[in-house]
Design a binder for this molecule. Structure first.
Ligand code: NAP
Length: 356
């Protein structure tokens, strides 16, 4: 692994939204990256960041960013060689391609390119080798830059909880029910009168994403293509009145069925791929196992590992599938901005951004 000699200038596209703001928080004082530009829609471009964005985290936007001018999401306006994209999917498709064509590395949260066969869909600790798809992508598309994506927020949480078990026991069938926080819908997101004291049993395209992205992330790269894992997935996705933290109830059947004790041992021992263990944002434990009978809970566990860890509990026998458990992770950090940041750090550490 190699750290860059100088901090690399980076930009955030969609910097005014929920995920964009998480990028700004996570990039403060980052040892490898220097956040030099923020960009958003035409509504915001040309304004000072503090006037364009409604800061939804604690306190206020950092002063160094608050006074910056918001730029348009255009490679002619933004000069940084690495751009983190927190763009709405209605615009991410064209904007991200324009940046990649202009020779930039786009590290994206948007759904647009995740399932394209030549685009890496990566959880740093789970499938870092899929980054090698970048070469295929450049060849196919004639881009000097590249697009690397991370998954949908609930899928990342589920995949981190399942990867340690899939590696040893091979998943066969999966049944998941999600309880997803309101911040997953961005800002202003779900109207308060729709969600306070309520559960909404529908999140557009979320079940499909869980079903397809999980198989790609846990798939195998060989000869320049990912063969998706072959397990079956059934997902129910629900929006609940929680601010941050997606909870996922998982029932899983494996080719070799682990006992709850075996599963707890495998989850507890797992540290993820070697080259993702010592990145600046790597949590010491990407998966934390709790034995408390009523955990994980978003209110108590959402900031585990600085929001980068997934907490897994209630690992027990399932009468139909063999094993069941509950996983919970910070959707905006682990499920979005933090996942992208780890992917960018991994690209640097693997020397894939040399020459920037
Ligand atoms: P959000 O709060 O609605 O923010 C959307 C951002 O996109 C804002 O900065 C907005 O800028 C910008 N934007 C909208 N229209 C634009 C346009 N025409 N041109 C340029 N910029 C435009 O959404 P979010 O929750 O942060 O999500 C951002 C992306 O991450 C989405 O693709 C989402 O699906 C994905 N994601 C979100 C989560 C999560 O937990 N929230 C998790 C995983 C992935 P203005 O303020 O100027 O309108």
């Amino acid at each position: 692994m190699s750290a860059p000699r100088d901090r690399i200038p980076v930009a955030v596209l969609g910097a005014t939204g929920a995920v964009g703001q998480a990028f700004i928080r996570l990039l403060q004082d980052h040892p490898w990256f220097d956040l030099v530009e923020v960009a958003a829609s035409e509504r915001s471009a040309g304004k000072r960041y503090r006037d364009a964005a409604r800061w939804i985290g604690e306190g206020n936007a950092p002063e160094s960013i608050a006074s910056r001018m918001v730029l348009a999401c255009d490679p002619a306006a933004v000069s940084a060689p690495i751009v983190f994209s927190a763009l709405d999917s209605s615009v991410a498709g064209e904007a991200e391609a324009a940046f990649a064509r202009a020779g930039r590395f786009v590290v994206s949260n948007a759904k647009n390119y995740r399932m394209e066969r030549d685009v890496p869909l990566v959880v740093a600790e789970v499938n870092p080798t899929h980054l090698d798809l970048i070469e295929v992508q450049r060849k196919n598309r004639g881009w000097k830059g590249a697009i690397v994506t991370n998954g949908n927020c609930s899928t990342i949480v589920a995949v981190l909880a399942l990867a340690p078990l899939h590696e040893r026991y091979r998943l066969k069938r999966l049944f998941v029910t999600t309880l997803q926080a309101v911040s997953g819908a961005g800002y202003p997101g779900v109207p308060s009168l729709d969600i306070l004291g309520n559960v909404v049993p529908f999140i557009r395209e979320e079940e499909e994403k869980l079903e397809t992205e999980s198989r790609k992330m846990l798939g195998v790269l060989s000869n320049g293509a990912v063969s998706d894992a072959s397990f079956g997935v059934s997902a129910h996705c629900n929006r609940v009145a929680v601010e941050n933290g997606h909870t996922i109830c998982i029932s899983a059947e494996f080719e070799t069925q682990p006992s709850p004790e075996d599963a707890i041992a495998a989850l507890g021992a797992w540290r993820g791929a070697e080259d993702a263990r010592t990145l600046p944002s790597s949590p010491a434990h990407p998966v934390i196992v709790t034995l408390d009978e009523d955990r994980p809970q978003p209110r108590r566990d959402v900031n585990a590992g600085g929001g980068h860890s997934v907490v897994v509990g209630r690992v027990r026998k399932d009468a139909l599938f063999g094993l069941k458990m509950v996983a919970m992770g910070h959707n905006v950090v682990r499920g979005a901005a933090g996942a992208a940041l780890l992917n960018a750090e991994l690209l640097v550490a693997r020397g894939m951004m040399n020459g920037l």
